[in-house]
Write a protein that binds this ligand. Structure first.
Ligand SMILES: NC(=O)c1ccc[n+]([C@@H]2O[C@H](COP(=O)([O-])OP(=O)(O)OC[C@H]3O[C@@H](n4cnc5c(N)ncnc54)[C@H](O)[C@@H]3O)[C@@H](O)[C@H]2O)c1
Length: 329
């Protein structure tokens, strides 16, 4: 079957790996990104590949999205299946506390991209949501499940959940479109994706690695005295998207957790990074505090594993080694 993938945020962590793997498997990709949190460097190896079409476009620009729509329609007669994957988003934690920074792209942009997918007759829409939606009850015995009720921090506590509620709304848009028979698809709740080519210096793994490399120490938020997280390498976030695309029975409008079960404290993460960088006895200092930041976030991934056979393949230690090689080359 001949497929076409249309990928927003294609130079980001998940989008770039998805484009690479899809093109490697002979699938044409039309992708775009406005370089809000990435650069073309992440897909440089695809520059000359005729299966990869890239535009420096903004999801919120109607004229640019019209160009994408026309290109997809021109390609449509030559393919059996069109798959839209919405990776574009304002993602990083510092933005979560600013409701206006995330709303336009994450909510309105997602909906307009979905409307376009339906209008061009796409078969599938993959909606990248987030594990942030679990807010304050972010872990449970065996991990939080997609069907668990959610305990949200709200405007009485901080603005943080504005990001999560926006993403949660996108899950409803997608579900509605599938229930109405307009398209197939699903939403994915990722937890803490990282990659060796991540550009965003404030994200926790690049922050720790760069500070350790440059100063031999690291400054963390007060929250990091207690916080624990799982981290998902972008090859694995990408393979989850592909596993879902390739399992039509899973594209029922529902939600899938995608994460590892390898939980680590932020303090142990610093020690692991220091060890891989060859920094002995790293100096850790604490400054600043984030309200409504859950101490743990552990997802139950039984649903995607049982329905698609997906499992993460890159252990944290191996992923950190790849990041260190990239940082020190
Ligand atoms: N990174 C994580 O830890 C994480 C966690 C949960 C969910 N997610 C979700 O997964 C998806 C993929 O994120 P990622 O991990 O690849 O992060 P990422 O930041 O690397 O990728 C997002 C991409 O979207 C682009 N972008 C932002 N605004 C845009 C706009 N208006 N028009 C076009 N492009 C735009 C950015 O430049 C970036 O390349 C996102 O929807 C994100 O919300 C990510």
């Amino acid at each position: 079957m001949k497929e076409l993938y249309v990928v927003s945020g294609v130079t980001g962590m998940t989008g770039s790996e998805l484009a690479r793997q899809a093109v490697g498997a002979g699938t044409k990709v039309i992708g775009f990104d406005n370089f809000f949190a990435s650069s073309f460097a992440s897909v440089e190896d695809l520059r000359e590949n005729p299966l990869f079409v890239f535009h420096p476009f903004d999801l919120n620009d109607p004229e640019q999205m019209e160009t994408v729509r026309r290109e997809v329609l021109a390609e449509a007669p030559r393919v059996d299946r069109i798959v839209y994957v919405n990776c574009a988003a304002v993602v990083h934690t510092e933005h979560f506390y600013h409701v206006n920074r995330t709303f336009q792209t994450n909510v309105v942009g997602m909906k307009q991209f979905l409307d376009q997918a339906i209008a061009v007759g796409a078969d599938t829409y993959i909606n990248c949501s987030t594990s942030e939606v679990y807010s304050m009850a972010s872990w449970a015995e065996g991990g939080v499940k997609e069907s668990d009720y959610i305990r949200l921090a709200n405007a009485e506590h901080s603005q943080r959940t504005s990001y999560a509620t926006g993403k949660l709304l996108t899950e409803f848009f997608l579900r509605d479109a599938v229930d109405e028979g307009q398209i197939k698809g699903c939403s994915i709740r990722f937890a803490n994706v990282y990659s060796k080519s991540e550009l965003y210096p404030k994200h926790i793994i690049p922050h720790i690695l760069r500070q350790l490399r440059d100063t031999g120490g690291v400054e963390l938020l007060e929250n990091s005295r207690k916080n624990r997280r799982t981290f998902l390498y972008n090859a694995d976030s990408c393979s989850a998207v592909l596993a879902l695309i390739r399992t039509p029975s899973a594209l029922d409008g529902s939600v899938y957790n995608v994460a590892t079960e390898e939980e680590i404290s932020i303090l142990d993460l610093v020690r692991l990074c220091a060890d891989k960088l060859g920094v002995a006895d790293p100096k850790i200092t604490f400054n600043g505090y984030r309200a409504s930041d859950p101490e743990r976030r552990v997802l139950n991934t039984e649903k995607i594993r049982s329905r698609t056979g997906w499992a993460p393949s890159v252990p944290l230690e191996q992923g950190i080694e790849a990041c260190v090689r990239e940082l020190t080359k």
